[in-house]
Design a protein around this ligand. Structure first.
Ligand code: ATP
Length: 446
């Protein structure tokens, strides 16, 4: 890409960040205190978008399958969990400091460090040697201040799944192969949180650990990779901006046999949004060893006893939100030299599914009745202020796929004008059939 092309993409990213704050998708946490680096708050539209993404993931990964069970574990686990997983010892990034500008960088991302701002006559940084920086966020539990009270906020949602493997399998009466899934917060003390919500210190993961016999690892790895790619396509992400990238041998964790990243082309480049990993026997064998509980499994038919092998799918909810927002953000030139800013979100994830817009306040009663009927099913918005063009624009920016205009003919012909966000086409649709009409169009993949 040319420098100019890159610059334009980054400018668009800045516009999107400002739209997100202005319209209440995402803004800095603790904004009144100047924000806190690496933490973000999701406002009224953002929380709906996030919830829709999570609900769709849960639907596809848990509810539609006989072989995956759900879990919601605590954020703080027994500290031995993180010793067993290797996080206490190894979960670190190499860090360097610049002696001149005093900024801190990840040693493996120095090409993105930019020039040093504080050295006269030189823009070169003066780096220290790299040293390891552990990313686990530490806390203390209980009243005592000794080392026994130290605990960690979970750095990934999968470790408690391994802790609960035996219990969940037994209560759900599952045989192998089967999986356990959860969505929840994870915390990493990232050296350099950046690129908006792409890399933050508190974020949400949706992870699924699938336990199988070692002889079936390739089959299940292929299955889950295909399922997860299908999911991202279903969100409507542009094909050209989505790709899979197998890990090189030297990128793999020492226990992993193979790993593939699902990557999205953000304005700041191709980056991972999800990882599919073959974690082998590592997790269950380590937790068996550290807890002293035998987590092996006996096949009820063959009586073979073995440590199950794990295929993991791990997606970031925040990164998926960002991918979906970047993909949707469009500024269009209209006739007459005007521009329109529109979020072309897939209707299944759009925060507001439809806006009911009475043409006049005199039509408030029947229009509100329609609004109240629809909001029993969906997040629907009611707006009777301002001219109709301006009301459409407000919904375009929020990504609302359908505006339902209740006009003076509606009480007589029982129809509303449905204005579609992307094509701006208008159609008269009977109020009686609106629920079915919307259902059809709000389906994922529709
Ligand atoms: P990266 O190399 O970008 O730091 P990772 O390989 O460490 O990511 P994993 O540990 O595999 O990431 O986590 C799985 C998913 O969790 C990632 O694909 C990403 O979507 C999300 N994720 C990880 N770290 C962060 C973060 N700091 N902020 C937001 N999302 C994150």
């Amino acid at each position: 890409m040319t420098d100019r092309g890159r610059q334009e993409r980054l400018e668009r990213m800045d516009e999107l960040v400002s739209l997100c704050a202005r319209r209440g998708f995402v803004f800095p946490s603790s904004e009144i205190y100047g924000g806190i680096n690496g933490f973000w708050d999701y406002g009224p539209l953002g929380v709906e978008l996030r919830n829709n993404l999570k609900a769709l993931w849960w639907q596809r990964v848990v509810r539609e399958r006989d072989d995956v069970e759900g879990l919601d574990s605590s954020i703080i686990c027994h500290p031995r969990t993180w010793e067993a997983s290797g996080h206490v010892e190894h979960f670190s990034d190499p860090m360097v400091d610049c002696r001149a500008c005093k900024k801190r960088f990840r040693a493996d991302q120095l090409d993105e460090a930019g020039p040093c701002s504080s050295r006269e006559g030189s823009s070169e940084h003066d780096f220290t040697d790299p040293r390891d920086f552990n990313l686990m966020l530490e806390t203390r539990i209980g009243a005592s201040e000794d080392s026994a009270s130290v605990a960690w906020l979970r750095a990934e949602t999968c470790q408690p799944i391994f802790n609960d493997f035996r219990r969940v399998r037994e209560v759900a009466r599952q045989k192998l192969p089967f999986g356990i899934a959860q969505i929840g917060k994870a915390f990493r003390n990232e050296i350099n949180p950046r690129n908006f919500i792409f890399r933050s210190r508190e974020f949400e993961q949706a992870e699924m650990e699938f336990f199988c016999h070692p002889s079936e690892r390739d089959k299940w790895f292929g299955h889950w990779l295909a399922e997860r790619v299908r999911f991202h396509r279903e969100l409507g992400l542009c094909e050209d901006r989505l790709r899979t990238r197998p890990h090189e041998e030297d990128e793999l964790a020492h226990y992993a046999k193979q790993a593939v990243d699902v990557e999205y082309q953000f304005p700041f480049g191709w980056q991972e949004i999800e990882g599919i990993h073959d974690r082998g026997e590592w997790d269950l064998s380590r937790h068996s060893q550290y807890s002293g509980k035998d987590l092996a499994y006996t096949d009820p038919d063959t009586k073979e006893r073995f440590i199950p092998l794990v295929i993991e799918t791990s997606v970031g909810i925040d990164r998926t939100c960002l991918a979906v927002l970047c993909d949707a953000y469009t500024v269009e030139e209209l006739e007459g030299g005007q521009t329109r800013c529109v979020l072309r979100l897939h209707p299944a994830v759009a925060p507001i599914k439809a806006a009911v817009l009475p043409l006049s306040k005199k039509l408030a009663e029947p229009a509100r009745a329609l609004y109240e009927q629809l909001r029993r099913r969906w997040n629907v918005f009611y707006d009777d202020s301002g001219n109709i063009g301006r009301r459409y624009r407000r919904q375009d920016e929020a990504g609302t796929p359908f505006c339902l205009t209740y006009d003076f003919e509606s009480p007589d012909d029982g129809r509303v004008t449905v204005r579609e966000r992307d094509a701006m086409s208008q159609d008269r649709v009977p109020v009686d059939g609106l629920v079915a009409w919307l259902c059809e169009r709000l389906e994922p993949g529709a």
